[in-house]
Design a protein around this ligand. Structure first.
Ligand SMILES: Nc1ncnc2c1ncn2[C@@H]1O[C@H](COP(=O)(O)OP(=O)(O)O)[C@@H](O)[C@H]1O
Ligand SMILES: [Mg+2]
Length: 386
């Protein structure tokens, strides 16, 4: 068989298959279509954020391997925007077309415990953690890692779902019940100075590109605000990039990956988690960088040279959650009155609490101004509340 590498890059005009259909796939599809590619998406839903932009939308369960094979036969390469795709789905697709990043990368990163074990085994800094399969293991784990701690389901978590903080012994029963018998990981709580992430890409030829350290603020465990570049010492930012480079290299990622970090109060970096795809904290790159994280993903999975990640202006990104619809449709024109703020909406049909509906990006001469402007623009969206 001729390998994809020998055949050369997958060029404009080809069709990219995306597993998953959310906003990450939508922005990827926008970047891909801009460069003349066609996009097909597969997920269990219809009229999705990705499907609205793609050439073709397939509504099928990830477990429907016949549908997955049929999907694979009609595309030139497959990538993901959602990493919790079953291994059997990836295997079925990989027998027909290249899947990038590989099923191995997905296997490691879709399971928090496997991911943390991988990181620790390769000498990457992580917080203390224990495997929890029973109430006894939870109790012994708590004795070892101490309080406060965070209990997380091992699989299928995102945006803080499946996580409970245990601050005192009184929280233990509630946390255990919330788990409902699922396999879990118990982590020592990190009293961090701030959170940062590095969005980076590794090409088919092993080349590496990154967008520097990004500063992230979460609310209720969901990303709320990102600022780029992060307001941290240059030495720490360089270290975050070097750790990320080593992680991508170790995993032999082809595509974009985000490495999330805690910056502890003693300025030590701890890897929190990995996302094997474009990431919410990299959304600012769409407006602020020569090559967005979505175009970079496209270039990587097609075997093209990576593009320049140069950031043209300091930027801040604020998420728009479904909560903003509480008093009716947000006042879009009010946010558009900020000439340096860009509005992104994902075309989701229903606004629910905590659901990511869109985001705003502000560009300015410095990150403080960008942060102030993006927050002011977001406040204007729900001005009718007051
Ligand atoms: N061990 C921890 N110590 C302190 N905060 C944590 C810890 N684990 C998670 N958090 C907080 O919850 C957020 C979401 O957790 P994360 O593990 O990244 O899961 P998700 O997959 O939901 O993004 C983190 O960005 C951080 O703010
Ligand atoms: Mg996270």
């Amino acid at each position: 068989m001729v390998s994809a590498r020998e055949k050369g890059p997958i060029l404009p005009g080809a069709t990219i298959g995306v597993l998953g259909s959310g906003q990450l796939g939508r922005m990827f599809a926008i970047a891909a279509r801009r460069m003349g590619y066609r996009v097909h998406t597969l997920s269990p839903d219809a009229d999705t954020p990705t499907g609205q932009v793609a050439d073709h939308e397939v509504e099928a369960s990830y477990d429907d391997l016949d549908a997955v094979r049929e999907f694979a036969r009609r595309v030139d390469v497959i990538t993901f925007e959602f990493e919790n795709v079953p291994a059997a789905t990836v295997e079925a697709a990989a027998q027909i077309v290249p899947v990038r990043p590989s099923g191995d990368v997905l296997h490691t990163t879709q399971h928090r415990l496997r991911e943390k074990c991988f990181l620790r085994a390769h000498g990457f800094p992580v917080t203390e953690f224990r495997h929890v399969r029973s109430r006894d293991e939870l109790l012994s784990g708590l004795r070892e890692v101490g309080l406060p701690a965070v209990l997380k389901t091992a699989g299928y978590g995102y945006d803080g779902k499946g996580q409970t903080k245990i601050s005192s012994p009184a929280d233990i029963d509630r946390a255990w019940r919330a788990l409902g018998g699922q396999e879990a990981i118990l982590e020592a709580f990190v009293d961090f100075e701030r959170e940062v992430s590095v969005v980076a890409a590794r090409g088919l030829d092993g080349s590496f590109a990154h967008y520097g350290a990004i500063e992230n603020e979460h609310r209720h465990h969901i990303l709320d605000l990102s600022i780029a570049p992060a307001r941290i010492e240059a030495k720490v930012a360089r270290e975050a990039v070097e750790i990320s480079r080593a992680v991508l290299e170790e995993l032999k990622v082809v595509g974009v990956m985000c490495v999330e970090f805690f910056l502890a109060r003693d300025m030590r970096l701890l890897v929190n988690e990995l996302a094997p795809r474009p990431h919410n904290s990299g959304h600012f790159t769409f407006d602020a960088c020569l090559t967005s994280q979505f175009e970079q993903q496209l270039r990587a999975v097609c075997g093209l040279p990576l593009g320049s990640t140069e950031q043209l202006r300091p930027a801040a990104m604020a998420n728009i959650l479904g909560d903003l619809w509480e008093n009716g449709e947000p006042l879009w024109a009010a946010a558009c009155a900020f000439p340096n703020v860009k509005l992104h909406l994902y075309g989701k049909l229903e606004a629910r609490r905590g659901r990511k509906m869109g985001h705003l990006t502000a560009l300015a001469a410095d990150v403080e101004t960008a942060r102030n402007d993006v927050l002011a623009a977001r406040r204007c969206l729900c001005a009718q509340k007051t």
